[in-house]
Design a protein around this ligand. Structure first.
Ligand SMILES: [Zn+2]
Length: 318
């Protein structure tokens, strides 16, 4: 896929051409609650799915021979041309604060009916928007901040809400560089638009940090860079238990092929270095991992497998 900085009509083009064609039929999706709760020491954690995004298969490694990429998809029992991307957000409760980590894509994309479900699913989980004291954004791509721009959402959030994002991220979206990405048509424009709109609408709630900030007891957001200049991960630690929400630092293919460049990475080399560093650390300290685009509920561990890594899904505990 070539670099794409030319104007395109909309993201609709992509949604139409890569519409989901997963081999299994699905029941009405709300038969599946799409939330999963766990504890990290004294911290309450709930993973909530915003839905599933369908993207072109090439997104998973644009620096890789298409035949090699196709073989990986085949080995994973996935269709050859569509990447089904889970879209997970997390709600964390610690020290009397309720923290939403990332917010899904919102409702600006009616052509992608299987995403933008976070508001409905928060409500179904009994989480009142006014109870949310803090939002942490791993970065400002639209699938992470768009949910806060959906109709009526801001009005339902408390006026003293704090939105934590790395200073480098807020600065980046003033004039973002898309020269190294490889996205489907329509996406660069939609991402630019959403990033700018978010900065404008949430200007007074933004609380920026340089490299690290403790949002609540045992809840620390840390800037990694790579995927975007201010991309951050959230580290949870309580009573000897640990879990990291990795945002877009780790994708499903990244365990086996950490050096494959994802099309949404603004600095792909640095994103790969961040990925390897984080996976090595999580494997060494046996910490749990949750990431935005790992298949829901995505709670897993990381093992070292020779020069690369192995994804070890966590057991369903209910
Ligand atoms: Zn993402």
């Amino acid at each position: 896929m070539s670099l794409d900085n030319t104007p395109h009509p909309s993201v609709k083009h992509c949604a139409d051409t890569v519409d989901a064609r997963y081999i299994h039929g699905r029941p009405d999706h709300e038969l599946v609650p799409s939330r999963y709760a766990l504890k990290v020491g004294e911290i309450d954690v709930m993973v909530i799915s915003d839905g599933v995004l369908s993207l072109p298969g090439a997104m998973l490694g644009h620096n890789v021979d298409p035949a090699v990429r196709g073989a990986w998809l085949e080995d994973m029992f996935l269709p050859p041309d569509v990447l089904e991307w889970a879209l997970n957000a997390v709600v964390v409760r610690s020290g009397g604060r309720t923290i939403l980590i990332d917010a899904g894509i919102g409702e600006e994309y009616p052509d992608m009916p299987r995403v933008g479900l976070l508001a409905m699913r928060l409500e179904a989980a009994g989480i009142d928007p006014t109870s949310v004291t803090d939002v942490v954004l791993t970065h400002m791509h639209m699938d992470h901040c768009g949910g806060l721009l959906a109709d009526g959402v801001k009005e339902r959030l408390r006026p003293d809400l704090r939105v934590h994002v790395a200073a480098a991220e807020a600065e980046f979206w003033e004039s973002p560089d898309f020269s190294r990405v490889s996205m489907p048509p329509g996406f660069p424009d939609a991402l630019r638009r959403t990033g700018k709109r978010f900065l404008k609408e949430y200007h007074s709630q933004l609380r920026t940090f340089e490299n690290e900030y403790e949002v609540a007891p045992g809840v620390v957001v840390q800037r990694t860079g790579g995927h975007t200049p201010g991309h951050s991960v959230v580290r949870l630690a309580s009573r000897g238990d640990r879990l990291t929400f990795a945002g877009d630092a780790v994708f499903a293919v990244g365990f086996e092929h950490p050096d494959w460049y994802n099309g949404f990475e603004h600095d792909p080399e640095e994103a790969a270095r961040v990925r390897v560093r984080l996976l090595r650390e999580l494997a060494a300290n046996r910490e749990a991992l949750v990431a935005t685009h790992l298949s829901f509920p995505s709670v897993c561990h990381v093992a070292v497998d020779g020069d690369v890594f192995r994804w070890v899904p966590g057991p369903w505990e209910y």
